[in-house]
Design a protein around this ligand. Structure first.
Ligand code: 5GP
Length: 215
């Protein structure tokens, strides 16, 4: 690693919020982003909803009881929390603060309510990205292919999608996910540009001092 690369790694991490209606491809994009960057991690939310088949506790979510969730609210263990559908979801505070201090970016798969609350808690660190499907048919067919939810739940999620989409203008960036590779390239360029913002490159002060002094 060169001296410059070493200095550059001394940065504060980004908080990257990815929101979308269910089925817009957010999970795939998140997975790809994490695979491409070893200095990124995922914020694992706590939820009172039941695990879906294949979901792993501590990886997809921390699955907790309503009582435990209330305890966590009281202990101020959450950066934000919200009720979505009939369940509660919250972002645990400690792992996020640790990652940012270490110069690692954190990705948040949370809805518009969470994004608004994070904005109040940490506006300087936040990058808000909204992912849209190319059309509503694509959304429904992705929900059905996933085949993890009953017709009932799918109908409910579809009706919630419009409400979720109505918050698009609160986001910094919008990606229309028609083609996953294109959407991924767009996502990568957003992250790259946000990392390059002057105020996020905290190593520049000493570097420029040394530069003009001929170091
Ligand atoms: P799902 O039950 O499909 O995993 O998630 C339902 C919704 O809850 C999604 O829109 C997801 O973005 C949102 N969500 C997941 N975790 C959190 C969280 O920690 N906080 C908030 N506010 N929303 C969350």
């Amino acid at each position: 690693m060169s001296e410059i690369q070493k200095l550059k790694s001394n940065r504060r991490g980004l908080m990257v919020v990815l929101s979308s209606p269910s089925g817009a491809g957010k999970t795939t994009l998140t997975r790809k982003l994490l695979a491409a960057h070893d200095d990124m991690s995922m914020s694992v939310s706590a939820t009172t909803r039941k695990p879906r088949p294949g979901e792993v506790d501590g990886h997809d979510y921390y699955f907790v009881t309503k009582d435990k969730f209330s305890e966590m609210i009281e202990g101020e263990d959450f950066l934000e929390h919200a009720k979505v559908f009939d369940n509660y979801y919250g972002t645990p505070r400690a792992p996020v603060e640790e990652a940012l201090m270490d110069g690692r970016d954190v990705i948040f798969d949370i809805d518009w309510q969470g994004a608004q609350q994070l904005e109040q808690a940490a506006v300087e660190d936040l990058v808000k990205i909204f992912i849209l499907p190319p059309n509503m048919r694509a959304l429904e067919s992705r929900l059905r292919t996933r085949a993890q939810d009953s017709d009932d739940v799918i109908a409910k999620r579809m009706s919630k999608s419009e409400a979720e989409i109505s918050h698009w203008s609160e986001y910094d960036y919008i990606i229309v996910n028609e083609d996953i590779e294109t959407a991924m390239a767009e996502l990568q360029s957003i992250v790259q540009a946000e990392r390059m913002k002057r105020r996020r490159q905290s190593w520049l002060g000493p570097f420029i001092k040394a530069l003009v002094e001929g170091g």
